[in-house]
Write a protein of this length. Sequence first.
Length: 458
Amino acid sequence: MNTKEALTIIDRVLPNQHLSHIQELVFCQSWEGKTYQEIADIAGYDHDYVKEIGSSLWHSLSTSLAERVTKKNFQSVLRRYEERSKLDRKGSNLDRISSEPQTSVAQVEVSPKVTARREDWGEAPDVSLFYGRTDELTLLEQWIIQDRCRLVALLGMGGIGKTALSVTLAEEIQGGFKHTIWRSMRNPKPAIETVATLIDLLSDHHKTSIPETLDASISLLIKYLQKHRCLIVLDGAEEILRSGDYAGTYLNGYEDYGQILRRIGESQHQSCVILTSREQPREFTLLDGSRVRSHYLRGLSSGEGKEIFAERGDFYGDEADWERLISYYAGNPSAIKIVVCAVQEFFDRDISRLVDLLNQDGLVFEDIKELLDQHFDRLSEAEKELMHWLAINRMLPLLPEMSSEMLSEMSLVRSPQELLTIVNSLRRRSLIVKTSTGYSQQPMISEYIKSRSITENS
Ligand SMILES: Nc1ncnc2c1ncn2[C@@H]1O[C@H](COP(=O)(O)OP(=O)(O)O)[C@@H](O)[C@H]1O
Ligand SMILES: [Mg+2]
């Protein structure tokens, strides 16, 4: 389908909305695969303005097609729409020549699959600008579609892209589910209320009486998960987990979520619940196996990180500088976005000047400090001690080489057993990484911890 044909479909999908010149331009250039920045450059508009035009267009299409439409998926949505329309047209032609009762082929063959689907995206963010992660999307799709996982955790530090990946993944695989529900766990409700909300949505608001006990409510929820193939995303589960303790334990009053996860993971049904979290909830280690799996998000590659910079125009630096910069920030898209603004503002778009500074003294931007404060403040005192030790010593060797000398340098970590528990907990929080020689921190984190000790001691 070419751009012109695509435009004629838009006329049909949005019959009352004549596209303005700029809307048409954004649509056509997006169809050609251009980024908002490229469109802005071509047309001489501001990037944010072009993005706003695009977003409102995808929004109108979403409303009209009763399906989530974004810059990333609008081509496949329109192609699907066109195929459906062709089938519909063929169906009504057949109806006209046949003397059979007036049911179109399209209604019989297509409608139950397509129109019976329900989506509820809550406050899911717009993720039209999403780079890379193709391997991860393929892997997760395989887990959910082929391997029929019932519970999947997407784990990683704040800003690494869990929310964006969960939305992109759900958009890509939603066609295989009758219901798609995306919910943020910000300001979390008690477990029993969340179950009631899910039952209400999955029953298309028909279920008026919800059982009083949590146990019975979960049983009813599971009935719905058995009856239809449903995809439920719960985003930001760290909100129900406790800080100051080892990773994965629940906040007071939210322990019941453990029971929900356990039963969804253990019971027979045809649905999938995806949870995103900065920390791995206990159930995922206890149940881990063929139907319950966890995936720790990797950082973006330097090429993908560069694309985030490119949204804001041209930046300068050689390949080695780009590699160093993106790996320093562990490919964390949020951190990269902060750095883009700083390089634009303070380094004249020349990344090599920032890289020089990172190589010499290290540098922690205030916004990155805030991002990492959120993680650090959640740690137990013993975890903080080990993080400080690692920032200075760089590497904690693997088990046989962990020596009593190391323990003597720490006051809160008293035995090898305790050390292992702490290492495990920090791994579940994505704050340390395991290599073939030992455990270490990302440079951005070491630098942050050092700067924190300086502030605390001064
Ligand atoms: N693959 C990606 N490509 C481009 N931007 C991304 C990507 N992943 C995340 N982002 C952006 O980075 C920021 C942080 O991502 P988010 O998904 O909110 O992280 P998390 O949920 O892990 O805290 C958001 O602005 C998001 O749009
Ligand atoms: Mg998030």
